[in-house]
Design a protein around this ligand. Sequence first.
Ligand code: SAH
Length: 447
Amino acid sequence: MITPKIKSHSTPHRPSQGNRDFRNRTKRDGKLPDEQKNILRGAPKTHTGVATAQPGIILKAERGKSLLRRHPWIFSGAVECVNGAPASGDTLPVRSAQGEFLAWAAYNAGSQITARIWSWREEETINVEFFRSKIANALALRRDFKLADKSSGMRLVHAESDGLPGLVVDQYGDVLVMQIGSAGAERWRDTCADILQELCKPTCIYERSDSDSRTLEGLEPRNGVLRGTLPDNVEVVENGLRFNVDVVAGQKTGFYLDQRDNRALTETLAQDRDVLNCFCYTGGFSLYALRGGAKSVLSIDASGDALRSAEENLARNGLDAARAEWQEADVFLALRKLRDQGRSFDLIILDPPKFAPTAAFAEKAARGYKDINLLGFKLLRPGGILITYSCSGGISEDLFQKIVAGAALDAGVDAQIVHRLHASADHPVLLSFPEGAYLKGLVLRVG
Ligand code: SAH
């Protein structure tokens, strides 16, 4: 048996600096005196604060529209100036060019997203009670929709979509994993950990703050125990299947919870089929397909650690190893090799990593998606099924469908969309924040 490599970035965390919010220094009526308005109109287009002016973020004229639609981000280009020399993570009022109150937001001087909204209500105080109420509300949604019924794992807090920009909390049985991706959430990390401890009573809260988005926010990676003790083995039981979750060194917070319902759908389509699962990670779709009666499952991933974990998961569930083949390879090359070998399959799953984190990467990402989908179509037998995903925030559902349609055309096949897939319900999407709907999938039947 091979032990997976453990990446240890464990660093002691700094104690919270508390909330330096500027609420008490803000005029309650949200109106600026005329002379201050004039100062602001004439202010240079810079983020340097005007120390004597009213503290807060002042938007450029006509740039408050997205806030009025309750989109929770303020980009640096929309900011006229920031008054009061605040530090990153501070809570500041956001005001229109005319001085009207728009929102309370967490400031970050080092990010293109200068501020993320905590609240739209002027009378709100951003304090422990605020976070307790937001977290309790997120837990209530999961309870109301009975999301714990089929799995011991789920996303408890889905950042912006649960009203807590930059805070992700995933549950794996008694272990919670927190991922912090913004300066505002970073400021309130200990408060949120205390609230989660109080409301969920986990044996451990582990912090996996090492995502790419942290770099964009100018935050150092952090990885380590926040509360309690991490058990030797963390496991999630999903629809009766057991998966080992490496919260310390696995991808994301250890497991791709967002594919839970889609994995269950795959099981229903696998009977007597030869299955190819590309980008298999720790074997999620593969194990479901095997339990669903697949004739064979070939699973490919570039990560040896993930594949070793997948094999352990197979054994853990007593599934038939003779029907499973694991291959450590680059999927782009492996698909070409399979084509050249004349191989074919009845069901192909393509669940690649994020090719386009933002729209700026969309063109390059589109080429990647087209490539693997084209090869996928070519490897399918007539009547076969392609289940294809994109988790790129920079690729819309509509664009993804167009890319897949182009791939089918080039492969010379006709295909029908049978299902449109999204992340499971523990990843709700705030209506005013469409960016939250990052995962999209298509189940296609080839004629
Ligand atoms: N379907 C999985 C999640 C897939 S995540 C589940 O349900 O759990 C994407 C996976 O793609 C990761 O495991 C990563 O190691 C792998 N990966 C990234 N680039 C790759 C490449 N070029 N070839 C093969 N695997 C790759």
